[in-house]
Every structure is written in structure tokens, then in C-alpha cells.
Ligand binder design. Structure first.
Ligand SMILES: NC(=O)c1ccc[n+]([C@@H]2O[C@H](COP(=O)([O-])OP(=O)(O)OC[C@H]3O[C@@H](n4cnc5c(N)ncnc54)[C@H](O)[C@@H]3O)[C@@H](O)[C@H]2O)c1
Length: 385
């Protein structure tokens, strides 16, 4: 039997392309931190790719990163601009913290370079709109790094909804969280406003939103009443070895919202980096003909937290159908993300995770933040680009 990796290659190229025979695409990495390692590992699995350049704002970081990753002959730069201006690149990965996603992406697109930008798309809706404008003006691909979408179980959610099995969808509950899980393994870039801009809301909230919005076809968000708090990240005793992080913590560690979507759908959302609970509940999608329960995960491991269940009626009887978990390798999700982006760039396809959808994800996050700050419901206006 073909491996999952081979099966994925067959899926994306129909088994017709021998990547070994293709001229190598020249790739640049912008931001040489934690997630850049996963990008590099996946690019290394693609024989038609050569990483030629890397950039990081921290002096010496790009050089040290390339050495640690075994990347030889890669030219290193002190920022994205100098790298893009001095290289002939076929594509870049934007692996910077959230606050610089927009400027790096827009700069690359304006120079005609396709971009794979990490999630969340940006910090604000205004930034996301500018990114989309640059994408449209350039005619180049901009894909956003939501790899859980490429998991077979996650794709099953969309298949179930789109099949009509659940009827008309009218209510969704989604989100997730960790009891204690503020991400500070490599320092404070996730918890400082100046680098992250948004906390749990942008880091893991964007995944929960993508899981359900993608399934229901990304309806336009209309209004949101949002809440956010930071009761854990601001406590010095939260970080036994780094109590000083508490003062740096300037984002949210919990957020919740009630969102109205076009088409009469209500979205009830909550997300936590830390809380006094194991999980704030499973994801549920309620329709007129059936309801789907998606067990919650550790938030986020890239797939569903167990077999899903459909609650429906058969011949007047209320029954449950268990959807068996599909064997898939979550370790390959990153490879799939990179490969599908490269294929779109090389063969002229659509962005695997398109901004026309993710801009609504960003609009909800932006709306939650605005509503939480002003203390009442706000309208969501997404400008046409
Ligand atoms: N898809 C996933 O599974 C996943 C997982 C973790 C993180 N992420 C996302 O990846 C992004 C980066 O996270 P991280 O943990 O690697 O952060 P990090 O802080 O470890 O690394 C980011 C690096 O970008 C550099 N940088 C910032 N602006 C730059 C610029 N203009 N030019 C060059 N370098 C610049 C910083 O100096 C830093 O070294 C975040 O947006 C995060 O949400 C995605």
C-alpha cells in the first residue's frame, strides 16, 4: 500500500509530475524562529526546492538558524526588505510574529513574489485588507498557513456539512482551550502586544474559526459581541522560572464571542490559553436535519479529538451515526501545506488557503477585539477588494 505521503503526492499532481526532474524553485524564509523550522523541514522534503535566503531582525539569528538546520550556502539578511531586494526568489515563507505578517507579505507581493504567510493572517482587519489588495494587484499567490484544513478528518467535517446531511445550519458552537498552555517555549513573542498583537484569540482561535467557517462555506460575518481577558498570563506565579513574563503579558489569554453570520447562522465561540477547566466543550454544528459533534482536541494538534457523531432521525427514530476516524498522519500536515502552496505557484492553481475566506476569519477576530474594548456589540464591515 502506498504511504500517506505518496498518496498525497498522487492527490496533488495526479501522479504525473516527477518533482525530481523540475528546475528548483528558489525560496526565502522571512523570520527564523520556532515555526520556520517546520517550514524548512517540509521544504527539504520537496526535491524541486532550494532554500537560498533567510532573514531575521535579530542580528546573527538567521545565520545561527541556517547552521542549526543544516542549510548550507544560504545568504542571510537583517530584514525582509534587504533579502527580497537582493535575491531572485520564486516564493517566500513569512514566519514572523503576527505584527509583521502584513508588512512582509505586502512587500514581497509588491515585488511579484508569491507568499505563504503563517496564521493568523494579520493582527487587524485593516492589515488583512491591505494584504489582499497587494495580492490582487500583483496577481501572485498568497496562501495562509492553516495546515489543519489538510487533515482528512477535518476535511470530513466539510464533506458532511456540504452533503446536506445536516440540513440548514443555524447554530455553531466552537472553540477550545487548555487548562494551562500559554505558549512561551522560545520567549515572549506570543504574549507581547508589540510582537503578537493578539493572544489566544489569534493563535488558536483562528483555527477553531477556520474549522467551522470552512465547513459552512465561509459566510460573511455581520455582528459580534466579544469579550477578552488576561487573568492567567499576567500572574508572576504562572511562570515559575520566568516571573518577569507576567509584566510583558499584554495580550488576551481567553476570549469569547457571539457572532451573527450571513444566512441566519449563529456562532458561539470561546478560546483559552489558560482556564480552570479541561475543555470549554466540543464543537457542535446544528442543522435542521442533523447535528454534528466534533470532540475537542488539545487545541490544536491539527485534527479532530476523536470519532465524530451525527445525531439525526432515521424512519422517525432518533439515532446516532459514528463517523470513524480516518487514518492520517498529522506529522505530514506541514508538508501538505508547503507542497500544496508550491504546486499552486508552479502550476498556476488557486491558493490552497485563500485570503477571500481568511479575511472573514480575521474580521471576526478584529470584531471580537473591538467589541471587547468598547464593551458592546459591533458591526463587521469587510471592504470589497
Ligand atoms: N501553523 C502553525 O502550526 C504555527 C505554529 C506556531 C506558530 N505559528 C505562527 O508563526 C508565526 C511565528 O511564530 P514563531 O513561534 O516562529 O515566532 P518567533 O518569535 O519564534 O519567530 C519569529 C521571528 O520573526 C522575526 N521577524 C519579525 N519581523 C521580521 C522581519 N520584518 N524580517 C525578518 N524577520 C522578522 C523575529 O525576529 C523572530 O525571530 C506566528 O504568527 C505564529 O502564529 C504557526
Amino acid at each position: 500500500m502506498a504511504s500517506i505521503l505518496d498518496r498525497f503526492k498522487e492527490n496533488t499532481d495526479g501522479g504525473k509530475v516527477d518533482y525530481n526532474t523540475l528546475p528548483k524553485m528558489k525560496i526565502g524564509i522571512i523570520g527564523c524562529g520556532w515555526i520556520a523550522e517546520a517550514h524548512v523541514a517540509s521544504y527539504k522534503m520537496c526535491p524541486d526546492v532550494e532554500i537560498v535566503a533567510a532573514a531575521d531582525l535579530v542580528p546573527g539569528k538567521a545565520e545561527a538558524f541556517c547552521k542549526a538546520q543544516g542549510l548550507e550556502g544560504v545568504r542571510c539578511y537583517p530584514d525582509h526588505k534587504s533579502m527580497i531586494d537582493n535575491e531572485q526568489l520564486d516564493a517566500v515563507s513569512v514566519c514572523t510574529y503576527n505584527r509583521t505578517h502584513a508588512e512582509c507579505t505586502i512587500y514581497a507581493l509588491n515585488k511579484g513574489i508569491p507568499v505563504l504567510c503563517e496564521k493568523p493572517m494579520a493582527v487587524t482587519l485593516d492589515e488583512a485588507v491591505e494584504m489582499r489588495k497587494a495580492e490582487k494587484a500583483s496577481g501572485k499567490i498568497l496562501s495562509i498557513g492553516f495546515q489543519p484544513r489538510l487533515d482528512a478528518n477535518m476535511q470530513m467535517i466539510k464533506k458532511i456539512v456540504q452533503s446536506g446531511e445536516l440540513g440548514k445550519i443555524y447554530y455553531i458552537q466552537t472553540g477550545g482551550g487548555r487548562r494551562r498552555g500559554i505558549p512561551t517555549p522560545y520567549g515572549t513573542s506570543f504574549i507581547e502586544d508589540k510582537t503578537a498583537g493578539i493572544g489566544a484569540l489569534g493563535d488558536i482561535g483562528c483555527y477553531s474559526l477556520d474549522m467551522v467557517l470552512n465547513a459552512v462555506g465561509y459566510p460573511k460575518p455581520l455582528t459580534v459581541s466579544g469579550y477578552k481577558s488576561a487573568y492567567f498570563g499576567t500572574r508572576p506565579d504562572y511562570y515559575p522560572t520566568h516571573p518577569e513574563y507576567a509584566e510583558k503579558f499584554t495580550v488576551d489569554d481567553f476570549a469569547a464571542a457571539f457572532v451573527r453570520l450571513e444566512g441566519g447562522i449563529i456562532l458561539d465561540f470561546r478560546i483559552a490559553w489558560a482556564m480552570n477547566l479541561d475543555t470549554p466543550g466540543d464543537t457542535i454544528i446544528l442543522g435542521t436535519e442533523g447535528g454534528l459533534r466534533i470532540p475537542s482536541t488539545e487545541c490544536w494538534n491539527g485534527t479532530t479529538g476523536g470519532p465524530m457523531k451525527i445525531y439525526h432521525e432515521v424512519c422517525g427514530e432518533q439515532v446516532e451515526t459514528v463517523i470513524p476516524e480516518i487514518e492520517d498522519d498529522t506529522n505530514l500536515l506541514f508538508y501538505k501545506k508547503i507542497r500544496s502552496f508550491l504546486d499552486a505557484v508552479r502550476f498556476g492553481g488557486k491558493a490552497p488557503v485563500p485570503t477571500e475566506q481568511i479575511i472573514y476569519n480575521q474580521a471576526i477576530i478584529d470584531g471580537i477585539r473591538r467589541s471587547a474594548e468598547c464593551g458592546h456589540e459591533v458591526s463587521i464591515e469587510v471592504p470589497e477588494v
